[in-house]
Design a protein around this ligand. Structure first.
Ligand code: KIV
Ligand code: ZN
Length: 516
């Protein structure tokens, strides 16, 4: 029997990036988009083109490399936003513009200061203009969850007439309960009929984003907007992996429905996002949490050993988990095996990037007995997904922290020159960061510090993620550092955040002078 497809619209790169601390650079966004394509998502919302030059460039670059998924940009119902969106996706094989305006009484009165008639007019103008860039136009009624049903019908009628092909009903503030969302979608589905695809976008403020999305599918929604690991504004969005696996695991309930997702890519994708953003899913997070397949109690362990399905409703291999911690490569592995492995993980590297990562892999293989998939992902994020290195760590020595005053002596390369300096601090980490501040002459304030072991074992790679604000200014910059030694990883992470700050500042200056 042919199954009906529920489209997966992934907004990790747009709504997901709105999670505090989840900002990503262009290279990182491109790697994520490639991973999303491998996952086979139907639509990638690559950003909000009018929001910044960085967003525009990310969407433009993603449009050039993505072939099978549709690439989409968000745009307010404003001419200049739609033009930016249309230009940014111009190179995409399959392109969509997603335009929106608020439709709830509270948003129209206080935020937009517009009458309902003006809102309808703006929406129609936006959709009509978007149609001049692409046939595939999505319209969203922001805060639909708190909008009047009669007004929703009126505006949806008008935008269908103007050419909208997908109509999105967001529960923007995560207020609705499943029964309410389901009822709303049923009524709108009956009203819209087959004139457009009905979509939902549920936020998780009450922890109901996934439940609400599933209820909407039952009532006619055929596109779900979601994010990997449930990232997103405030409490996040509906988690893609939960929706997809609910549909797959309970195919008996969601009769005749399916998604196009290649579920074996779910776990690798979740790890990629966690690596890049530094936001690791909580251990008990459904599907992708560290404990999602761990059986602690003796009774459960015994049951699973006798028959897997006694306590497991999902096979770990169905989400690509079985491969994640198998030993993949060793000291003697050659360049060819390395290349194949990297490609199987979803990365597409240039020759130079491959050489760089292979060199790094060889160095690691000398120190670490077993190299896992997660080690390779960490190496790629550390080596490849990078902004230019204004500063680069050459050498680090720390004092004996048990007895003396904590101090750090380091050499850092800056513009072909090596600068050496030393500093003391309230602890070794503080000494390292203060010395970097002195050498760079840029003052950083550490906002967050996290260290995780990439894999198991005493010789595991340490991955440090820092969030730092520089020169007392916003925004906060994220930096990652990877090493077998936690102190070296910390210094690298801090320098990586500093380099991002310098890169963005220089780009901003160039733009202000009209250089970009
Ligand atoms: O939550 C929301 O309403 C949104 C829209 C822009 C779709 O993110
Ligand atoms: Zn949203």
């Amino acid at each position: 029997m042919n199954k009906e497809i529920v489209k997966i619209f992934d907004t990790t790169l747009r709504d997901g990036e709105q999670s505090p601390g989840a900002s990503m650079n262009i290279e990182e966004k491109i790697q994520i988009a490639i991973g999303l394509q491998k996952l086979n998502v139907d639509i990638i919302e690559a950003g909000f083109a009018a929001a910044s030059v960085g967003d525009f460039e990310a969407i433009e670059n993603i449009s050039k490399v993505i072939e099978t998924s549709t690439v989409c940009s968000l745009a307010r119902a404003l001419g200049r936003d739609i033009k930016a969106a249309g230009d940014a996706i111009a190179h995409a094989k399959h392109k969509r513009i997603h335009t929106f305006i608020a439709t709830s009484a509270i948003h129209m009165k206080y935020k937009l200061k517009m009458s309902p008639d003006q809102v309808i007019q703006k929406a129609v103008e936006a959709v009509s203009y978007a149609k001049t860039f692409t046939d595939d136009v999505e319209f969203s009624c922001e805060d639909a969850g708190r909008s009047e049903m009669s007004f929703l019908k009126e505006i949806l009628d008008a935008v269908i007439e103007a050419g909208a092909t997908t109509l999105n009903i967001p529960d923007t503030v995560g207020y609705r309960l499943p029964a309410e969302m389901g009822k709303m979608i049923k009524e709108l589905h009956d009203f819209v009929s087959n004139r457009a695809i009905l979509s939902v976008h549920c936020h998780n403020d009450l922890g109901l984003a996934v439940a609400n999305s599933l209820e909407c599918i039952q009532n006619g929604a055929r596109q779900i907007e979601c994010t990997v690991n449930g990232l997103g504004e405030r409490a996040g969005n509906a988690a893609m992996e939960e929706i997809v696996m609910a549909l797959k695991t309970r195919a008996d309930f969601f009769k005749g429905l399916d998604t196009n997702i290649n579920t074996k890519e779910i776990y690798p994708m979740s790890r990629l996002i966690a690596n890049i953003t530094g936001i690791v899913p909580q251990p008990n997070k459904a599907i992708v949490g560290k404990n999602a397949f761990a059986h602690e109690s003796g009774i459960h362990q015994d049951g699973v050993l006798k028959h897997q399905e006694t306590y497991e409703i999902i096979k770990p291999e169905d989400i690509g988990l079985n491969n994640a911690n198998t030993i993949v490569l060793g000291k003697l592995s050659g360049r060819h095996a390395f290349k194949e492995k990297i490609e199987s993980l979803g990365y597409r590297l240039s020759k130079e990037e491959l050489d760089q990562s292979f060199g790094r892999f060889k160095l690691l293989a000398d120190k670490k007995k077993e190299i896992f998939d997660d080690d390779l992902r960490a190496i790629i994020s550390d080596e490849i997904i990078k902004i230019p290195k204004a500063f680069e760590l050459v050498n680090l020595q720390i004092s004996d922290c048990m007895t003396g005053v904590p101090s750090a002596a380091m050499s850092i390369r800056y513009k072909e020159k090596e600068i050496t300096d030393a500093g003391i601090g309230n602890g070794t980490m503080d000494a390292i960061f203060k010395t970097i501040d002195r050498i760079s002459d840029i003052n950083g304030e550490l906002k967050d510090y996290k260290v995780t072991a990439v894999t198991k074992g005493k010789d595991a790679l340490a991955k440090v993620t820092v969030k730092v604000s520089f020169d007392h200014a916003l925004p906060v910059f994220t930096g990652h550092g990877l090493s077998i030694d936690t102190m070296i990883a910390s210094a690298k992470a801090y320098i990586n955040a500093l380099n991002t700050y310098i890169f963005e500042k220089e780009n901003r200056n160039k733009r202000d002078r009209g250089g970009i």
